[in-house]
Design a protein. Sequence first.
Length: 283
Amino acid sequence: MKKIICTLICILISLTAYGNSCNVTCPSETMKVIEDENVFLKVTGINFLTKKIVETAIEKELKDELNSKFNADLDIFTLKRLKNGEFKNLLLASDNFRYKAMSISDFKAETICPYNQIIYKNKKVYYPNDLPFKFNANITNNDIKNIIKSKEFQKQIQRSAVKINGFTTLEVQEPIVTINNGQLEFSIPIRTFLSNEPFIMNLKSNIEVANNKIMLKDTTFSTNSNIINIDILGGIINQVNPVAFQINSIDSRYCKIYITSAKIQGNIIKTEGIFIINKNYER
């Protein structure tokens, strides 16, 4: 009965909290009889030392793969179960999570499933199943600066140029984007063939989540922005929206991120979603 109930909980989490953005699958061995821990192990602290060794291995792997510092905290069943790779829960935290064009702050993630597995061998950690986490994080003005300065985003700006017969008729330059008083504010320099001096397009916008991106909504332009066709404006904005661009950066062989919620609070974007470390071990 416990196994059935726990399986149903996992299904409900997958359907209600995350919709169609991704599928969360928990290991089939969801509930097992948890044996009592040996008193000797509790007293001597071997339990703690073994847990710390595995946590350190996870932290090292995350740093190697994602070039960011993480803290890992395992909640285990017993030492015996941990040696078999089984654990209750894993908490991950990073003050500054930066990977390619992605930059987020105060990242906190917790495993979704009540039963999880890893393989620890030769001082390395492997994953016999996808390991899903629910996470929350902030996007700050400093994060937006990091995204814009990234080489991936700079290439995106270069690709946004409008050319006709090989001749550049419109070129977008590096934008200034800030989170201010519950809105995203853009100042986008645009150079056209009509003038050597760039025209500055200013706009303000709210945000929403669509297709695993943080998109703009309820956008208002400054009065002089109407010198460019609105269809062209929409294309330019989509090209230079840093908070929409960054999520694609972490869709890699190692892990994925899915955004389910994003809202602006003051000068910070609060985000929630799913972080998945991909399966990389065959039994």
